[in-house]
Ligand binder design. Structure first.
Ligand code: SF4
Ligand code: SF4
Length: 189
């Protein structure tokens, strides 16, 4: 197995906890988080390993991992943790940190979806499905692929079906607290 040098960042956890607290230092590695995670099979590092790496100041390994992008924020891990480690929230924090630090995401399409989703919500304060997927496809260069494979035609057929059943609208809905949502998104970007 190839050996790589580890470069601990000793203040990494302290800085992360200042945005929490996430209680990562309370972890005693029981793995209840990982055993309950519904998408751990797609991860390159399990949730308990992410926590351990955070405690050991392994910033690069965490921010370059697939795991932070695979995490579906379902909160199962945080609910199961006997020590109150806020694993799901920490995964979100690492995603944001990776974006701010300009770390190339291990899963660019997933990262592109996050970006498109937040931009979409920023427009009207709630998700407008009619624009979300096209924006994501454009952002991640999937349009060409979809045209080539015929997927775009199938997606359009589905969209027409959803419109016909009133499960999707042609215009975005608006909410009252739109400016508050925008302010939240601005403060976290
Ligand atoms: S469930 Fe909590 S204590 Fe157990 S490994 Fe996961 S984070 Fe650590
Ligand atoms: S929040 Fe993320 S890491 Fe935790 S159980 Fe859900 S998918 Fe897994």
């Amino acid at each position: 197995m190839e050996q790589t040098a580890l470069t601990p960042d000793f203040s990494f956890l302290e800085r992360a906890e200042a945005s929490g607290p996430f209680n990562a230092a309370e972890c005693f590695q029981c793995r209840k988080c990982t055993n309950g995670c519904p998408v751990s099979f797609e991860m390159d590092l399990f949730p308990d390993q992410i926590i351990r790496l955070a405690v050991l100041g392994q910033r690069r390994e965490i921010l370059q991992s697939k795991t932070i992008w695979v995490c579906a924020s379902c909160e199962t891990c945080s609910t199961r943790c006997p020590n109150g480690v806020r694993i799901a929230e920490l995964m979100d924090y690492f995603k944001e940190l990776a974006v701010r630090a300009g770390v190339a995401p291990a899963l660019p399409r997933v990262a592109g979806f996050h970006k498109a989703f937040l931009e979409n919500i920023g427009l009207t304060g709630r998700v407008f499905e009619g624009a979300l997927l096209p924006a994501w496809w454009l952002k991640t260069g999937q349009i060409g692929e979809k045209l080539f494979t015929g997927d775009l035609r199938n997606d359009l057929k589905q969209a027409v079906g959803l419109l016909g059943k009133n499960r999707m609208s042609l215009a975005p809905g608006k909410i009252k607290g739109r400016s508050k949502v925008k302010a939240i998104l601005r403060s976290s970007s």
